[in-house]
Design a protein around this ligand. Structure first.
Ligand code: AMP
Length: 309
């Protein structure tokens, strides 16, 4: 596995991989890697269509050169957020990436990505305006800016993002579309623990007691998604889900039924609807989401499409 720590090394290794594989796939991460990240690496490796987009789509048909980036991006953390305590484990990350056959790891430092006098950031509106955009002002500006820089450095043909961060995938997709960037964004279904909790680098901060409560988040969402799929008005079901999470011990930021690509709230489910939520337990903020399509004959897929880790 190749490693690049400077732009010169990155350019040279990307040229080698492009000559060997013909195409490049990028998996952007902030490190502290787990099985969720590895699902992105696997998808990038094969070019197989994944998730909902897989229906009726051709496989890319050949292995791509896979570049994983590890960069804890200061610009996407708010002043009161957990940048300083964000977990870092470069040796463990490199071992996992090598074991999964990743071809190149890009490890830029902050000075490679930002200068103190930078005058340019990327601000996405539309899908970035609500939910995480409200709860974390400046977050998506940080995400869009670092992704634009990574895309310019690596020049991948495809970049892989986890549906765990549903709104993020939509924001990056929209940026790529609006800026006419020459790459495809691929969303990969969420990898979960056996009890349903979505894998996240931040789960390690949960105490034992909080960890058992945390699994209530996907359980409550799955229950609400099932009931929404019957097509009744969303509001009472969403109120019920908020109340159930509060009773379980969460401080709820939001539970909403939205149009998947635009994140606009919906009064009832319809094709491409998504149930999204953010809630805090102790010092840890969890986000999760699930499809909530009209049932059953109108849509072949429900919440069973995600993978248990
Ligand atoms: P992060 O390192 O948290 O910025 O995540 C890097 C990428 O991995 C993002 O595209 C995330 O959405 C994705 N990811 C994180 N957790 C999971 C998971 N449990 N399942 C699938 N993808 C994930």
């Amino acid at each position: 596995m190749l490693i690049a720590r400077t732009i010169a090394e990155l350019r040279s290794h990307c040229a080698t991989l492009r000559a060997r594989f013909g195409s490049l796939a990028l998996v952007p991460t902030m490190g502290a890697l787990h099985a969720g990240h590895m699902a992105l690496v696997r998808a990038a490796m094969t070019g197989e269509p994944v998730g909902r987009e897989a229906v009726g789509r051709e496989a890319v048909g050949r292995e791509a050169g896979v570049v994983a980036s590890i960069f804890v991006n200061p610009l996407q953390f708010g002043p009161t957020e957990d940048l300083a305590r964000y977990p870092r484990d470069e040796a463990g990350d490199l071992a996992q990436l090598a074991a999964h056959g990743c071809h190149l790891v890009w490890l830029p430092d902050v000075a490679t990505m930002y200068s103190p006098d930078d005058a340019t950031t990327i601000s996405v509106e539309g899908p970035a305006l609500r939910w995480e955009g409200d709860a974390r002002p400046g977050h998506f500006r940080g995400v869009a800016t670092v992704c634009a820089k990574l895309f310019g450095q690596v020049r991948p043909d495809r970049a892989y993002f986890g549906e765990k961060d549903w709104q993020q995938v939509q924001v990056v997709t929209r940026m790529v579309q609006d800026l006419r960037l020459p790459l495809e964004i691929v969303g990969v279904p969420t990898v979960r623990e056996p009890d349903g909790l979505a894998l996240s680098s931040r789960n390690r901060f949960l105490t034992l007691a909080e960890r058992s409560v945390a699994a209530r988040l996907p359980a409550v969402l799955a229950d609400a998604a099932r009931r929404l799929a019957e097509g009744t008005a969303a509001d009472p079901i969403l109120d019920g889900a908020r109340a159930a999470l509060t009773r379980a011990g969460f401080v709820v930021d939001y539970v909403a039924l939205v149009d998947g690509p635009t994140l606009a709230p919906l009064p009832a489910t319809r094709p491409a609807a998504r149930l999204i939520a953010a809630a805090r337990i102790g010092s840890v903020r969890l986000i999760d989401n699930m499809p909530s399509y009209p049932s059953p004959a109108k849509s072949g897929r429900g919440i069973g499409s995600e993978r248990r880790g």
